[in-house]
Design a protein around this ligand. Structure first.
Ligand code: PLP
Length: 365
């Protein structure tokens, strides 16, 4: 069943598979990123051999030389996508080729080897096939897939590693908003930025995340659930949250989102929302947006809704910016209408409840 360009995977199944009882317990309340399936994918890479030894093996700890470059110079990239169970039991990926392409762009920026798209797709299919029982079926649940590549050459010199490995692990994910979609409050980081011109902001790499953790703590200490980063040069323009892109909705029904300047991560969800909104006839502007425009628009009523988006939460309404008086919804009041209907349209496609007119779904199992 392999396509011609995809490598043959060796499959070694686990001798200690989780029992159905235990798995059912996990799937009844999976949370996020806490539990992992019985298997993982590994593909090795070296300068001499290229990608080789593609395999599915029992999930377990890695053996890494302490001199591995990833541990010292953070030469690492990752992806995040979900497998959704449809009502007929089949399992589908949402735009996985976009993740494959993005991972290649990230690899290029971090001087890591680029995994061919066909191998990326085959790797997630292989893992979902062997661990398909881990894909939950309750509403708004999924199996979260986490492909990642690390530099594992034993060498402390500072240069691109000549050995690397690609992995995929999978983790069942519960509904992000089990009690209904709740708006989040935003802390604007004035002191810290996430990414600068010419940096790695557009690459999905762990280093961007480590830089965002302290500002995220600051947000929590100030009673906010998310941090918003502004541009590094002028500290004036919206960029994104630690792991989600942002949109504003204007009273005329048009949408605004920061343009991709090179320091913003190009979200698959962001792109999907733009496509869905335009298909409904909404104007979507990708451009520079100042924080003042948001503040003033919120206060005057020109901006009526705001939301963040990404694979994990899909669409998260934003109710308020810390320190500002205006508010759109709160824990009790519902989120904006367009925010909720775009969220519904997207999840309906992902779960097979609405026709996939854009050809975004790929069957995995
Ligand atoms: C992954 C990520 C996003 C969202 O991307 P999706 O493809 O929609 O999940 C947004 N911002 C950052 C910094 C990210 O790492």
């Amino acid at each position: 069943m392999h396509s011609t360009s995809a490598p043959a995977f060796t499959v070694t199944t686990s001798k200690q598979r989780t029992s159905q009882d235990e798995r059912d317990k996990v799937l009844a309340n999976p949370g996020f990123g806490l539990h992992f399936t019985d298997h993982m994918v590994v593909i090795d890479w070296s300068v001499e051999q290229g990608w080789h030894d593609a395999r599915v093996q029992p999930y377990g700890p890695l053996t890494l030389d302490p001199a591995s470059s990833v541990l010292h110079y953070a030469q690492e990239i990752f992806e995040g996508l979900k497998a959704y169970r449809h009502a007929d039991g089949s399992v589908w990926g949402f735009r996985p080729t976009s993740n494959a392409a993005r991972m290649q762009r990230s690899a290029k920026r971090l001087a890591l080897p680029e995994l061919p798209e066909a191998e990326f797709l085959e790797s997630i299919k292989q893992l979902v096939m062997v661990d398909h029982e881990w894909v939950p079926s309750a509403p708004e649940t999924s199996l979260y897939l986490r492909p990642f590549t690390i530099a594992n050459e034993r060498f402390l010199g500072v240069r691109a590693a000549q050995r690397a490995a690609y992995y995929v692990i999978a983790s069942p994910a519960g509904a992000y908003f089990p009690k209904g979609v709740a708006p989040v409050s935003i802390w604007v980081s004035e002191q810290y930025t996430r990414a600068a011109r010419g940096g790695t902001g557009a690459a999905k790499c762990g280093g961007n995340y480590s830089a965002s953790l302290m500002p995220q703590q600051e947000a929590s200490q100030n009673g906010c659930s998310q941090v918003l980063f502004l541009d590094a040069e002028e500290g004036k323009y919206l960029e994104e949250l630690g792991g989600m892109n942002v949109f504003l909705v204007r009273k005329d029904g048009s949408l605004l989102t920061p343009s991709l300047t090179g320091s913003i991560l190009e979200g698959v969800t962001r792109d999907s929302i733009i496509t869905l909104a335009r298909a409904r006839g909404h104007v979507v502007q990708e451009r520079k947006i100042t924080l003042d425009e948001w503040r003033e628009g919120f206060a005057s009523g020109e901006i009526t809704e705001a939301f963040a988006c990404g694979t994990a939460a899909v669409v998260t309404p934003i109710c308020c910016l810390k320190g500002e008086k205006f508010k759109i919804g709160d824990e009790e009041a519902p989120a904006g209408e367009l925010t909720l209907s775009l969220r519904k349209e997207l999840t309906d496609i992902q779960y097979g409840r609405a026709p996939d007119v854009h050809g975004w779904l790929q069957r995995l199992a």
